[in-house]
Design a protein around this ligand. Structure first.
Ligand code: G3P
Length: 217
């Protein structure tokens, strides 16, 4: 499973990237707002830091404008992946940009029907939003299973990029289902390491080691 980080925070990306844990990055207009930086500048910086795809989202409504924005964003670096919304205009832009050889991430997916359309439009990635479905009392994870089944039935190569990840369980469940990628805030990825029995065990080993009076170095 590939790990993308869902942030435009350079320091947070760098910290995980130095551990070899970052296979890509996703951003969106809300994350650009949060960064307080210009999209071109922060995207260029992320692309220089990370080898994998870096999603940068278009904001136009019409396909031709999305295509123009996508081509412009793609000039920032070779690893820019153009992110388009799951609308008919977004899918038209997806088809054109994909045919030009660009990577395209189709975002704001909330149904398997939408995911099927994105695959037909040649999307590199489909981004189903788990947390936002959970927010309205639906089972976000069911969408990941449904898309996995449908894509596998027909051998679609579009990668399932599980997004709107809010918990460690979201990551583990998406991994069990076989999502190709998760994108999560760095804080959630970092909290994957936490287990009380690890802390307890370490405290015990530390106490016992002190009693031996030994040193390794
Ligand atoms: O990748 C999509 C993600 O940024 C949305 O997450 O938590 O705002 O639903 P959230």
């Amino acid at each position: 499973m590939k790990f993308f980080v869902d942030t435009a925070d350079i320091a947070a990306i760098k910290e995980l990237n130095d551990l070899g844990m970052v296979d890509g990055v996703t951003t969106n207009p809300s994350l650009i707002l949060k960064s307080g930086r210009a999209i071109a500048e922060v995207t260029a910086e992320i692309c220089a830091l990370v080898e994998g795809p870096v999603s940068a989202e278009v904001v136009a409504e019409k396909a031709e404008d999305m295509i123009a924005e996508g081509r412009h964003l793609a000039k920032i670096a070779d690893n820019v992946c153009v992110k388009v919304p799951l609308t008919w205009d977004g899918l038209k832009a997806c088809r054109v940009l994909t045919d030009e050889g660009r990577k395209v991430n189709v975002t704001l997916c909330f149904s398997s029907a939408q995911a099927l359309l994105a695959a037909k439009a040649g999307a590199t990635f489909i981004s189903p939003f788990i947390g936002r479905l959970d927010d309205i009392h639906l089972e976000g994870m069911d969408l990941i299973s449904d898309i996995r089944e449908i894509y596998d039935n027909y051998g679609f190569e579009t990668e399932i990029l599980a997004a709107s990840i809010r918990t460690v369980n979201h990551i583990v469940d998406a991994a069990r289902i076989g999502a190709d990628v998760i994108t999560a805030p760095p804080s959630i990825i970092k909290s994957m390491i936490t287990h009380p029995l690890t802390d307890k065990g370490l405290a015990q080993f530390d106490a016992d080691w002190k009693q031996t009076g030994q040193k390794i170095l």
